[in-house]
Design a protein around this ligand. Sequence first.
Ligand SMILES: [Ca+2]
Ligand SMILES: [Ca+2]
Length: 439
Amino acid sequence: MKRILSFILITAVCLSVTGCSFEDELDAGGLLSAPMMTTEQREIHEALTNAIGNEITLKYPKNGENRSAFVIENIDNEPTEEAIVFYQYKSADLDEGTVHVHILDQIDGKWSSAIDFAGSGAEVDRIFISPLREGRSPSIIIGYSTLSPSLNQFQIYSYDSENINTVYTDNYSLLSVVDFEDDGYYDIFKSSIDPETGKTEGVIIGQEGNEFYTIATVKMSDYISSYVQCRHGKTEDGKRAIFIDSLNADGYLQTDIISKSSKTYQNLSLVFKDKAFEKSVRDTGYLTQDVGRDGTLEIPTNEIMAGYEQADSVKNMITVFSGFDGDYSLKQKYKGFYMINDGYFFNMPPDMLKSATVKIDETTGESVFYKLEGTAQQSDKELFRINVVNSSEYENYRALGYMLITQQGQLRYIVKRTNTDEKLCLKLDDIKDNFYLIP
Ligand SMILES: [Ca+2]
Ligand SMILES: [Ca+2]
C-alpha cells in the first residue's frame, strides 16, 4: 500500500508541476534518451544536416501518438512519403530556442530537403497528420507548448510539395483530432481554460473549402486546474467518444465524455450530471482505461475494501471500473483490486468482494489475498499472493511454487496459491480470467 500511496503522490506532484500530458503520460518513454535511429531516419538526418548544418538538436513531441522527431507520412498528392523533422538550433541566440519544422521529400528514392519553417513555440506538444476533408491531402496539425498550458498554440498547415501554408492558428489547453463518424475524416477538438476566469469551453473545428470554422461548441467541466489525459474509444452503446480526464480545483480527477449523435456534439458526462459526471470524481492517479482492451473505455472509482475502516490511516481500496451507458449513466463493469504501479487489475468475483481482503506484503510488495475474518488486520488465512518479477527472476520463483498468470515484455505476472480447500482460493484458470494488464 505504501508503494501505491507513494506512486499517487509522485503522480500528483507530476501533475501539479508539469501539467503532465495526455494519452500515456505514465509511460516514461518520453523521458528516456533519444532512441537509436533507424537506417531511414539516419538517411533523413543526413539530408537534413546537409541542408542546414550540424548545429542542431532534434526535438521530440512531448505527447500524443507521434513521439518521434521524424514523422514519416504521405502528406501530399504525390505517392511517396514525406518526412517531417523537428529541431532546434544549438545556439539559442540565433532564434530564441524556437522549434523548427523541416519537410523532406524523396527524389528518385533519395531524401532531399524541401521546406523549412519556424514553429510557434520552443517545444512540440503533439502532431497529427489527419485527413480533414474528402479529396484533400491530409493536414499537418502541430501543437506547440508554452510555459502556460492554457496558452498553448496550434497551427494547421497545408503542404503541396512546394509550399507550406499556415491555414489556421488557435490557442488550446487540450487538443485532439477525432473521427466521430468513423468515415476516415477528422474533426479537430480543442478545449481552452481561460486563465483569468477558469471558464472552459470545448470547440469542434472543421474545414469547409479552404476555410476553417467552428462546427460546434460543447460545455466542459468548469474550474479545472489541468487536463491530464484524453483517450479515444467507445461508450457501452458503441458510440465513438473521447474521455477527457481533468484535475479539478480540489485536486480530484473527473471525466468529460465528448461524442456526436445525430449531428449534435455533446458532453455526455454533463447531460445528466448527477448520474455520470459527479460519479466520476475520484483520487488522482486513477485514469480512464480500456480494461479488457476491447475499445470501450472505463472510468475507475474507489470504495473502501472489506476489512478496512474509513478511519484507517492506510486505506485499502476496491476499484470499480464503469463504462458510460446509453442511458447517460456510469455502469459498473469490473470491481476488484487495482495495483496501479504494477500495472494490473484483479477483478474480484462477488463472493471474494464480500469475504476476502487484500494486504500488501511490506517486504516483497506482493498483493496478498486473505479470507476475511473480522478486520483485515485480524485476517491471516492466506489465499494467494500476486507478484510481478523480471523474466530473469522467474525460474527462481517457479521453484518456490509460483505460477505464471501472464507476461508483458520482460515482466512476469505470477501467483502463488496456498494449498487450502477454501473455495475463495481461486484456481489458476480463474485467476487468469480475472486478471487484466493496465494499460
Ligand atoms: Ca507524397
Ligand atoms: Ca474496455
